[in-house]
Design a protein around this ligand. Sequence first.
Ligand code: C2E
Ligand code: MG
Ligand code: MG
Length: 449
Amino acid sequence: MQAPFGMSRSVNENNDLAFTDPLTGLGNHRRFFDKVDRLISDRADDPAPFAVGILDLDGFKPINDLFGYRAGDDILIQVGMRLRAAMDGQATVARIGADEFAFLYPMVFSEEAATEKAKMLIEILSAPYDVGERTARLSASVGCSLFYSGDETTEILLSKAETALYQAKRSGRGRVVVYTREMEEAAKRVTRIEQALRRAVSAGEVEPHFQPIVDLKTRKTIGFETLARWTDPDLGLVSPAVFIPIAEERGIIGPLSQLVLRKATEAARSWPQDLFLSFNLSPSQLVDQNTGLHILAILKRTGFDPRRLEIEITETGLMTDPASAEKIVSDLRRCGIRVSLDDFGTGQSSLGRLREFHFDKLKIDRAFVSSILEDRPSEHIIRAILAMCEGLGMDVVAEGIEEEAQAKRLIEFGCAGGQGYLFGKPADADATLGYLRDSFRGASRVGAL
Ligand code: C2E
Ligand code: MG
Ligand code: MG
């Protein structure tokens, strides 16, 4: 029989346990910090650089979900063995999180050498893993940082590696990023924008602008796309291409979206009733089951007819959690809200998705429209998209039309809807009301304005 834990073990053994990851047998977070601390004090008089890195398995959670936790543990053990076997000389590896490993290379003196080492680790981990009868594959991302001066602590060094890892993850799977000064500047700027945006959202300072969507043949406005606009007193005008991704990453997109939708539907309520309003939803909102409820609550509060609302989603939004996206989308459609697939052709397009999801409309990305006049492949792609939409009974809008010749060509191909600077730039609520008064003067629809 085994003695109760700690009773018959020596002090050394117990100490060892406190510094060991029980699953993989590698050192844990504490051991790793200890080693780096020691190396930093060793290098106090000898200013040779060294490298640390954090390695994170890409998409480990789906593996756990697919194969079960037991298999997940088995894979982590195999990862641990492969990493340990790859450590040469005085290099060390430790497991510092569920699927996070840290390594220390005392004899790596440059960013290039650190990148080489990290790439080798990723390569080693990419070979298949045995999971019972089946095999699984994994990739990993790595962030590295180099120790250059005695001013740096272990915490600082690892937080720099963490920042680099974050960049690596953002840029795709299987990447290595080494920390640089510019990265720190960029990270600071993101934090500044985040703080300013939080304040602006609670003060209700993000405004909807509206861009007309027209019937290409008659040039009549059939609806408007809502586009968020934000001007900060210090930062000035910040583009949605900058603040929307930050809002998503830092968890501000929900309240921001609700604010913009509320203001937009209040403004559009009095427009002619046959005009629709479209509104963009971010990928992270399609993972949150409360999104549908929030939208419906706002429509109820502002008295906006759900049949006049369209939501625009992208393929990326459907990929993260297709089942969740499907549920949100079908709940909204049941209430009469229409759904468009935005930026079609740019993301990881999958025609299969068009079978699984039902869309009312598809928006052809500006990238194709802008090259339609010069580029044969774009022309063919647009024709193919139009034929497909006709077959599937979906409306089509071509985005980013800037020139008359592009509009003409699209009409020839049979595209019914268009949007772009040629017909109107996004404008605020007052300017949009003025635009509607001008365009519908004399028509019966103007009575509503
Ligand atoms: P998007 O949904 O594809 O919106 C179309 C973008 O193309 C808008 O950029 C619009 O101003 C721009 N655009 C329209 N016509 C033309 C043209 O003829 N030429 C050129 N060069 N550009 C044109 P914007 O307003 O900067 O928005 C960028 C993206 O930010 C949007 O792309 C959308 O994905 C996102 N976004 C904007 N507002 C919101 C929002 O309220 N919520 C969410 N989740 N995303 C939003
Ligand atoms: Mg859009
Ligand atoms: Mg778009």
